[in-house]
Design a protein around this ligand. Structure first.
Ligand code: COA
Length: 535
C-alpha cells in the first residue's frame, strides 16, 4: 500500500479560516436546498395533503428499499432564474435510489408547484435524468402528477419537450425498463409518459390520463364527457388497457411498483465489490483545504487522501508535469484513475501526461475521476512556441474519445479550456458535482474585465477617439461583479451545468453511489478510436 501522508495543519489559523469560509458557503447552499424542499410552499402542500395525497419526496421514500440512500440530482435546477422566476428544483425531483435491490433512476413531479407543470428548467432536468438512465442502464420509474406544459412558457418547451417521450421509448428499445406510476393529472403530452412506458400503474379515482380533458373534447367534437370515462384509472385498467395495474391508493401503487421492479430480472453488469477500508484521515477535514481565495494553491493530495480507500494512492509520473496529479486508487472498492489539478495552470507536460494516463485507464477499463482546480492552459510566447495548443488538444482528444465512465468534481477553479480538458459538462462526464468553493467561467472575472478594457481602449485608439478612464473603471467593476456572480456554483447548478452542489464531506459517499450506478452498465474502455494526436 502507498498511504498518502498529510501536511494539513488542522490546528492552524489558516485551516480555521478556510473551514469558516467553506461553512459560510455551505450555509448558502443549504438555504437553497431548503427552497427546493419547500416546493410550492405551505399553502399548496396543505391543500395537497388535504386531498389525501403524498408529496413527491414521500412517494419516493415509500418506493425505495428501507434505509437505503437516495442520490438526489439537480436539486437546485432553476435557482436564480429570472423573469419569470421558477421555483428552485423546477417542480421535479430526480435521483438514483434502490428498489427491490435494483438501482433505479426515479423522477417525481412536484404537484405543489404550479400543479407540477413543466417549465424550461423542468424539461432540462428531466432530459438530464434520462441521459443518466441511458448511459448507466438504470431502469426509470416516473412518479407522475403534472399539469403538463407550463402554458406561459410553452414556446420554450413544446418543441424540445418531445424528446421526453422519444427518450422513454429509446430506453425501452435498449432493454432498459421503464415504469410509470400515475397519481393524478397526466394529460395531453403528459399522457405519453404512461403511453411510452413498459409498465403502468394507476391510482384509482385519482389518475387522469387523456389526450384532451372534457372541455377540450367538447370544443373539438361537441361530445359531452367526464374525467373518469375519458381517462380514469378504472377505465384504463378495464377498458383501454393503458394501465397494467390498478392501485387502491398511493401506498398500494408504490407497493405494486416495487413488485414490478422485483420481477424485472435485472442484474448489474459488474457485481458489487467487497466492503473497502475508509480513508485514514477524517472527511471533516475536507472543509479546511480549499482556500477562499482560489489564487492560493492547495495540494489535491490532501483531498485524495480523504476520499479514497485507505488513503492508498499510487501516483503516475509524479516527477513530470507536476501541476497535474495523476494516479490510481480504489473508492468504495471500485478502481479509479484520478486526475487532479495541483497548481492551477496546465502546461504542455501536464497535457501529455493526462493524454497518456487517460489511454492507460481505457486499456485497463478503469473509470476516471477529475478533480478540478484549474485556471486553464498556460498562455504566453514561450508556451505557444512550445506547442501548448497541440498538447492541450491531445488531452481534450483523449477525454473526448475515452470510453470509460468519467466523474468530475469541481473543487475550486474550472476556467477556460482547462474545464474542457478536465472533462467539463460538455464532455459528458457520467456525473459532475461542484463544491461550494467552485467557480467556472471562460476566465477569471478580473482577467475578463481587463481583456474587455484593453480591447475597448485599442478600439478607441484605432478610431482616434479619447478613452474615458473613469467610465472604464466603472465598467470593469460592473463586469467583474457580473462574471463573479455567473461563475458561482448556485448559479451554475441552477442552469443544470452540474448535477448538484455537494458538501465536501459527502464526496466519498456521492462518488461511491455514482460508481455503483456506473457499474450497472459494462465498463469498457476504448482500445483505439482516438482522434489524431498531433505530435
Ligand atoms: N401551466 C401554468 N400554470 C399552471 C398549469 C399549467 N399547465 N397548471 C396549473 N397551473 C397553475 C394554476 O394556475 C395555479 O396557479 P395559482 O395557484 O397561482 O392560481 C397552480 O398552478 C395550481 O393549479 P390548480 O389548478 O389550483 O391545482 P389543482 O391541483 O387543483 O389542479 C391541474 C392541477 C394540473 C389538474 C390543473 O391545474 C389543470 O388542469 N391544469 C392545466 C392542465 C393542462 O391542460 N395542461 C396543458 C397540457 S400540455
Amino acid at each position: 500500500m502507498t498511504v498518502l501522508a498529510t501536511a494539513l495543519d488542522t490546528g492552524g489559523a489558516a485551516y480555521a479560516q478556510r473551514r469558516a469560509e467553506m461553512l459560510a458557503k455551505l450555509a448558502e447552499v443549504e438555504e437553497a436546498h431548503g427552497q427546493a424542499l419547500a416546493g410550492g410552499g405551505e399553502k399548496y402542500l396543505t391543500r395537497h395533503r388535504g386531498r389525501g395525497k403524498l408529496p413527491a419526496r414521500e412517494r419516493i421514500e415509500l418506493l425505495l428499499d428501507p434505509d437505503t440512500p437516495f442520490l438526489e440530482l439537480s436539486p437546485l435546477a432553476a435557482w436564480g432564474s429570472e423573469s419569470p422566476t421558477y421555483a428552485v428544483g423546477a417542480a421535479l425531483v430526480t435521483g438514483i435510489g434502490v428498489v427491490e435491490g435494483v438501482e433505479c433512476l426515479i423522477t417525481a413531479n412536484d404537484p405543489t408547484v404550479r400543479g407540477g407543470a413543466s417549465n424550461p428548467w423542468t424539461l432540462k432536468k428531466a432530459l438530464r435524468a434520462n441521459e443518466i438512465a441511458y448511459a448507466n442502464r438504470l431502469p426509470v420509474i416516473s412518479l407522475v402528477e403534472s399539469g403538463g406544459a407550463d402554458l406561459p412558457s410553452q414556446k420554450e418547451i413544446f418543441i424540445p419537450g418531445g424528446a421526453l417521450f422519444k427518450d422513454l421509448t429509446r430506453l425501452s428499445a435498449a432493454g432498459i425498463p421503464t415504469v410509470a406510476v400515475v397519481f393524478g393529472n397526466s394529460t395531453a403530452g403528459g399522457a405519453y409518459v404512461p403511453g411510452m412506458s413498459d409498465h403502468v400503474i394507476m391510482v384509482k379515482e385519482r389518475a387522469k390520463v387523456f389526450l384532451g380533458g372534457p372541455p377540450l373534447v367538447k370544443m373539438a367534437t361537441g361530445e359531452e364527457s367526464d374525467d373518469e370515462s375519458l381517462g380514469g384509472a378504472e377505465m384504463h385498467a378495464r377498458t383501454s388497457g393503458l394501465a397494467d395495474h390498478l392501485a387502491l391508493d398511493e401506498p398500494d401503487a408504490l407497493r405494486q411498483a416495487r413488485r414490478v421492479v422485483a420481477r424485472l430480472n435485472r442484474r448489474k453488469a459488474h457485481p458489487d465489490p467487497a466492503p473497502a477500508p475508509p480513508p485514514k484521515y477524517d472527511a471533516e477535514e475536507l472543509l479546511g483545504i480549499v482556500p477562499g481565495d482560489l489564487k492560493a494553491p492547495f495540494d489535491p493530495g490532501e483531498v485524495i487522501a480523504r476520499i479514497v480507500d485507505g488513503s492508498d494512492f499510487d501516483a503516475f509520473k509524479p516527477l513530470y508535469g507536476t501541476s497535474l496529479t495523476c494516479g490510481w486508487a480504489t473508492l468504495h472498492g471500485y478502481p479509479v484513475g484520478i486526475l487532479a489539478n495541483a497548481r492551477g495552470v496546465l502546461f504542455s507536460e501536464e497535457s501529455q501526461k493526462a493524454a497518456h494516463f487517460i489511454q492507460l485507464a481505457n486499456q485497463r477499463d478503469i473509470p476516471l475521476l477529475f478533480l478540478h482546480n484549474t485556471t486553464g492552459y498556460m498562455v504566453g510566447k514561450e508556451y505557444e512556441q512550445g506547442g501548448i495548443i497541440k498538447h492541450g488538444a491531445m488531452m481534450i482528444n483523449a477525454v473526448s474519445n475515452s470510453k470509460v465512465p468519467h466523474l468530475s468534481v469541481l473543487m475550486g477553479a474550472s476556467y477556460g479550456a482547462g474545464h474542457y480538458g478536465m472533462c467539463g459538462r460538455a464532455y459528458d462526464p457520467r456525473f459532475l458535482f461542484s463544491w461550494p468553493t467552485a467557480k467556472s467561467a471562460v476566465m477569471g472575472p478580473q482577467q475578463l474585465a481587463g481583456v474587455l478594457s484593453i480591447v475597448a481602449r485599442a478600439s478607441a485608439a484605432a478610431k482616434g477617439q479619447p478613452y474615458d478612464d473613469e467610465a472604464d473603471a466603472g465598467l470593469r467593476a460592473m463586469v467583474e461583479q457580473q462574471i463573479e456572480s455567473e461563475s458561482l456554483p448556485l448559479f451554475l447548478s441552477g442552469r443544470l451545468y452540474d448535477d448538484g452542489v455537494i458538501d465536501p464531506r459527502d464526496t466519498r459517499t456521492v462518488l461511491g453511489l455514482c460508481l455503483s450506478a456506473v457499474h450497472t452498465a459494462p465498463v469498457e474502455g476504448a482500445r483505439g478510436g482516438f482522434g489524431i494526436f498531433r505530435m
